[in-house]
Design a protein around this ligand. Structure first.
Ligand code: ADP
Ligand code: MG
Ligand code: ZN
Length: 231
């Protein structure tokens, strides 16, 4: 586990990965709060790309949050590190370019505990940005799962439910994505329909995205919805 060598001055890298809604941000915030309790100076960062809930906080889907700095490039993050900082948290690391790997290594070499959270896979199930390299160099890796909204099993994948079928980055939360297991994941978005219990959203989805008649399709969607118990 990760709780070794905390009081020594050798730095190390921890990675928290998993699908959307798997609790990566909650886990990052939990570790940062523990460091604060230990009176260690912490700094939290995220890429400017992630502007979903706040530009000045790292925030979970449950509105748990701590102040953070938004940076465009990993080298900007390096410039902002205070001399007394002992722990650096980085959320949504998949949006940074590969230079985040070197930055994490430099911070660890300075004796800092680096906690990186990010999506290991994109909506098509492909390794996302610098995450594979970060996973390779980390001392400790935690892979979390969400709950599949279709069948209730552990969800390792992120389903895009609306929008582009090709662009790797579309920033959004429950309006664009849901958690799914491997069996229920539809990477090509061929048969995908949102599972949220919101008839207005379902109807809008049917009107906007489906080739069949809206009336029939929205009725189908609502009957599918009745059989579902998640989320
Ligand atoms: P991540 O950073 O991995 O996207 P967060 O830490 O922001 O996730 O949010 C995790 C929270 O999301 C959970 O504690 C739970 O309340 C909520 N949640 C919503 N949908 C799901 C789901 N399908 N599976 C698990 N948690 C979910
Ligand atoms: Mg998150
Ligand atoms: Zn499933």
């Amino acid at each position: 586990m990760i709780h070794r060598a905390r009081l020594s001055y050798s730095g190390f890298i921890e990675v928290i990965c998993g699908s959307m809604f798997s609790g990566k941000t909650e886990e990052l915030l939990r570790r940062i709060r523990r460091a604060q309790i230990a009176r260690q100076k912490v700094q939290l960062f995220k890429p400017v790309t992630d502007n979903r809930y706040s530009t000045q906080h790292v925030q979970s889907h449950d509105a748990n949050r701590l102040p953070s700095l938004s940076v465009e490039k990993p080298k900007d993050l390096l410039k902002q590190i205070d001399d007394h900082t002992r722990v650096v948290g980085i959320d949504e690391a998949q949006f940074f370019d590969d230079s985040i790997v070197e930055v994490a290594q430099k911070l660890a070499a300075r004796g800092i505990q680096v906690i990186v959270a990010g999506l290991d896979m994109d909506f098509k199930g492909r390794p996302f940005g610098p995450m594979p390299k970060l996973l390779a160099i980390a001392e400790d890796v935690t892979k979390l799962s969400a709950v599949c909204v279709i069948c209730g099993n552990a969800a390792s994948r992120t389903q895009r439910i609306t929008g582009s079928k090709t662009d790797q980055i579309t920033v959004g939360a429950k309006d664009f994505y849901e958690a799914r297991c491997r069996a229920c994941h539809d990477p090509g978005m061929e048969t995908v329909a949102p599972s949220q219990e919101n008839p207005v959203k379902l109807l809008r989805f049917a009107l906007e995205w489906q080739p069949c008649t809206p009336k029939v399709f929205s009725k189908d969607l609502l009957s599918i919805q009745k059989d579902r118990s998640f989320p």
